[in-house]
Design a protein around this ligand. Structure first.
Ligand code: NAP
Length: 445
């Protein structure tokens, strides 16, 4: 029997468990740890609440979770409640699937002003991540500036632009729905330091901006390169650029029928955030793209900004005793191997890129490495204690482990609390989740 600890219950974690089951059959036991009492990581707290079809992938993870050789070990902080050396002692392989939950810093003067947020915090707020429940962004201003031209920037701009009616069927949390319902923002500027040919937005997500009830995308046709130049783009990007062309072609009087403007400001690099104690404006420099890189032109201007959300990427949170690549913002690894018996997968391995599906081959690939290391005797004989050893340690430390069965009770309570038409009303603090679980289940899963 081999024992694998997977740290993190998001897509990378569950695809790894699924791959381990396929690879080792009944000869493996997998424990999936999570800091929160609820599983699914980014599916729950990252994927936009109005993208329910993407969230449905959790049903596949549930299938894995409910099999006998996989357990969910929630409400346990690896690095604090149990250390990495302890896990390595107990399990043949420890796989870090902790994602990249920290915002990359803007690193600009004024980035600590009030009402300036990173996307991890802002997305966490509207998605009910317990860490960001009290973020309380002030939406009473007129202009929001969203920095970055990736899919997260699109999510944030779209959520800011939607009417309460457009959130029907979503699982946006009550505090965010209420705050957005009172929002007075009527101008959302998406700031990109490069041009239309360098956006990271995918066509399906970009297309949604053209279908909003009270908001319309504004693209200045003068920012677009000659149409013939689109031929060199890969098909997905070409589609996105075609959408931008479509947005630019909409006559101004038609666009003006919608009271909220989502403006694309290309070739604009943020320099500083300005304000006394809360943000009032953002100073930007015009750029030109030279050999694919943004180069400042020296021309600067200010955009009034009552709210700023930077969507410029994420970093993995370091864990004590795990080598970390500071520059890349993820664990130091060689194709998923960190140290003997210690691996990483998903965003914690390769950084914050790709879709949820990208994590599937990633999970299978790390399990292949584990198999190779077992075959080469690098992991030693199968003598580890695995879950029995962990359960002893958890008892000795008084850890309040939340099991998958517990999660199902929390989930049922969330479903019962759902407003009409919504799939659930999420608990947004850990105590409420634990309360909803009731008395702890005696046995896993
Ligand atoms: P991303 O796709 O890497 O985009 C980051 C954006 O931030 C880029 O436009 C980048 O510009 C810009 N940026 C980076 N540093 C900057 C700086 N210092 N100043 C100004 N701009 C800066 O990252 P993301 O949007 O966070 O998305 C992460 C991953 O999740 C992506 O793979 C994305 O597709 C995925 N995702 C998918 C969905 C979906 O499918 N519905 C939804 C959300 C996220 P440069 O290109 O110039 O560096």
């Amino acid at each position: 029997m081999r024992h694998i600890a997977v740290v993190g219950s998001g897509p990378a974690g569950y695809y790894t468990a699924e791959a381990a089951q396929k690879e080792f059959g009944d000869d493996v036991r997998v424990d999936i740890f999570d800091l929160l009492p609820v599983p699914y990581g980014l599916i729950r707290t990252g994927v936009a609440p109005d993208h329910q079809s993407i969230k449905a992938v959790s049903r596949r993870y549930e299938k894995t979770a409910l099999s006998d050789n996989v357990r969910f070990v929630g409400n346990v902080a690896v690095g604090r409640d149990v250390t990495i050396p302890e896990l390595r002692e107990l399990y043949d392989a420890v796989v870090l699937a902790t994602g990249a939950p920290k915002d990359r810093d803007l690193g600009l003067p004024g980035d600590d002003l009030a009402n300036v947020f990173g996307s991890a915090a802002f997305v966490g707020w509207y998605n009910g991540h317990p860490q960001f429940t009290t973020l309380n962004p002030d939406l009473s201003g007129r202009t929001a500036v969203v920095i970055g031209m990736g899919n997260v920037a699109l999510d944030v701009a779209r959520i800011l632009a939607k009417t309460p009616h457009e959130f029907e069927g979503s699982d946006i949390v009550a505090h965010a729905l209420e705050a957005l319902g009172r929002s007075t923002i009527e101008r959302i500027v998406i700031l990109g330091r490069r041009g239309p040919h360098q956006i990271m937005m995918t066509p399906k997500e970009l297309g949604e901006l053209g279908e909003l009830e009270r908001a319309a995308p504004h693209v200045d046709a003068r920012d677009l390169p000659a149409e013939a130049e689109d031929a060199i783009l890969e098909p997905g990007l070409r589609k996105s650029v075609t959408l931008l062309r479509g947005f630019a072609a909409v006559p101004e009087d038609i666009r003006a029928e919608k009271p909220v403007a989502i403006e694309f400001d290309f070739f604009a690099q943020p320099l500083a955030l300005i304000g006394a104690d809360r943000v009032e404006a953002i100073e930007v420099e015009r750029t030109e793209v030279v050999a694919g890189r943004a180069r400042g032109t020296g021309e600067t201007y200010r955009i009034p900004a009552d709210l700023v959300v930077s969507c410029i990427g994420y970093r993995t949170t370091p864990i004590p005793d795990v080598p970390f690549d500071e520059r890349a913002g993820r664990f130091a690894n060689d194709e998923g191997r960190i140290l003997p018996g210690l691996y990483c997968v998903g965003w914690a391995r390769r950084g914050p890129s790709g879709t949820i599906g990208t994590n599937k081959p990633d999970g299978f690939s790390v399990v292949e490495k584990i198999h190779e290391d077992i075959d080469s005797a690098a992991l030693g004989p199968p003598t580890k204690q695995g879950r029995t050893g962990f359960d002893e340690l958890a008892r000795a430390r008084g850890l309040d482990v939340v099991t998958f069965r517990d999660w199902k009770k929390i989930e049922e309570a969330e479903e019962r609390a759902a407003r009409e038409g919504a799939p659930r009303e999420k608990f947004v603090d850990i105590e409420a989740m634990i309360r909803a679980r009731g008395a702890p289940a005696l046995k896993q899963p």
